[in-house]
Design a binder for this molecule. Structure first.
Ligand code: ATP
Ligand code: MG
Length: 443
């Protein structure tokens, strides 16, 4: 069935939500974070309405464990503060209450409305005549319509444990469809980051994107160029942290959004092995997540930037620059170009640079250099990158295997390995001698 997400009604024309009673849905209080439950009950017992909303309701309905639990209420931030001792008010434009339980924070947001829905009368009423910064508080239905996707606008009501649905989100949950609320073209124009969120959430939860939402993603993908590089970086970081990097990557590619984020990497896809290299990294990353291990976003960023770094370095080498200098330069230019799109923090840039440069040092398999490399703080990540490269670059197979043996062997075997490697490396005689002498002194 093809249908657009329902159009947000004007404030005057309210309509009733669909209510799913407790017996007809699968959300059990056993699966709700105990601190979130405490917050919901306390607000409810103080006379306010209190709901779980957003990703946590969506994830619980889909049988997943939510990342965080967000609460929505009709209590104003000051009122929330009066109810909780452990409460901080944060945010300048939109004030939110953070209820602090040791290391855990439950975010409580007062129902908000779309700015266009906020008449001055409504504004004054909600604020008892006071304009509180940029906050435009509203009713629960306003809060539902301003959200991005129908499945993100479901409210779990602590008063009777029902689900409150203004946008046909429950139907989309059952059909596993991600659909923008309202007109997708308009909603993406309002905030282009929503199109990235659509891809990330569908990739993570294996949802189908509704046809009109799909079309709008393709039409408006170029709007991402207008989003600040800081916000884009934060969104892209989430892609790398959610354990479904391969399916998300394929969606980014399908909707041609990948080239908006990593144009230099996509330009290298003319070579089939490059795409395979990236996909191999994502398969590994997803397997690690499934095994409960962590995945380093630093590593994945490096993997994404490695193909253009290597391409540029090879071009520079053709102009006569030594490999190391070419690599240094190409890392610098690739990072600079990427920074225009994604504001990668300095420590991430440094890590990418170090891991990239170590790729060259892996070829120097003699004496102290090889030993020193083993103790380099970025050795592990650089080694993983080398192993990954070897899967699609035949000439690197011997080198990669050598480093597996060298890193896992005892000193006696390492000495033998160094001898064999030196035989292949073509390092000048006098240099070999110097390294051997030094190596003896140290080890
Ligand atoms: P995740 O599992 O990644 O946290 P999420 O949907 O919970 O997914 P959040 O960034 O935590 O994402 O946002 C919480 C909720 O706020 C969303 O479910 C959605 O209802 C609303 N929201 C977030 N970003 C936007 C946006 N750009 N436009 C409209 N609503 C948004
Ligand atoms: Mg969330």
């Amino acid at each position: 069935m093809k249908r657009f997400g329902k159009k947000a009604p004007k404030v005057a024309k309210r309509h009733k939500p669909e209510i799913t009673p407790r017996k007809d849905h699968a959300i059990s209080r056993n699966n709700i974070n105990p601190n979130a439950l405490k917050v919901l009950y306390r607000l409810h017992n103080s006379g306010y309405s209190a709901y779980l909303v957003g990703g946590c309701v969506r994830d619980l309905l889909l049988g997943r464990i939510p990342k965080d639990f967000d609460v929505a209420t009709n209590a104003l931030p000051e009122e929330v503060r009066r109810v909780f001792k452990n409460c901080r008010i944060i945010g300048k434009r939109f004030r939110l209450a953070h209820i602090v339980f040791g290391k855990e924070i439950i975010e409580v947001a007062t129902f908000r409305t779309h700015h266009e829905n906020a008449s001055s009368e409504h504004h004054a009423k909600m604020h008892k005549g006071m304009i509180v910064r940029d906050n435009v508080f509203g009713l629960i239905e306003d809060d539902a319509w301003r959200r991005d996707f129908t499945i993100n606008a479901l409210y779990y009501n602590i008063a009777d444990y029902s689900i409150v649905d203004y946008t046909h989100g429950m139907q989309d949950i059952h059909e596993k469809v991600l659909r923008v609320i309202g007109n997708p073209e308009k909603r993406f124009l309002e905030d282009p980051v929503r199109l990235l969120r659509a891809i990330r959430i569908s990739g993570k939860l294996h949802l189908n994107i509704a046809p009109e939402t799909e079309t709008a993603i393709i039409h408006h993908r170029h709007l991402l160029r207008e989003v600040s590089n800081a916000r884009l970086f934060q969104e892209v970081l989430k892609f790398f942290q959610e354990g479904a990097t391969l399916s998300t990557f394929k969606l980014l590619e399908k909707y041609q959004v990948l080239e908006e984020l990593f144009p230099k990497m996509v330009a290298c896809f003319k070579q089939e092995s490059i795409k395979q290299f990236i996909e191999n990294a994502l398969i590994d990353a997803d397997q690690r997540t499934q095994m409960g291990k962590t995945v380093s976003p630093v590593f994945l960023f490096t993997v994404f930037l490695w193909p253009p770094i290597e391409y540029e370095a090879k071009n520079l080498e053709k102009t006569g620059l030594p490999r190391y200098v070419a690599l240094e330069k190409s890392i610098q230019t690739t990072l600079k170009a990427q920074m225009v799109l994604l504001a990668m923090p300095r420590n991430l840039q440094t890590a990418i640079r170090e891991i990239g440069l170590l790729q060259h040092r892996f070829h120097q398999r003699h004496g102290t250099r090889a030993y020193r490399l083993l103790t380099h703080p970025r050795f592990r990540a650089a080694y993983d990158l080398l192993q990954l490269r070897a899967k699609t670059e035949e000439p690197l197979v011997e080198l990669a295997e050598w480093w597996i043996k060298f890193s896992e062997s005892d000193t006696a075997t390492r000495t033998t390995l160094l001898k064999t490697a030196n035989n292949h490396s073509g390092v000048k005689k006098h240099k070999q001698g110097r390294y051997r002498r030094r190596h003896k002194e140290i080890h």
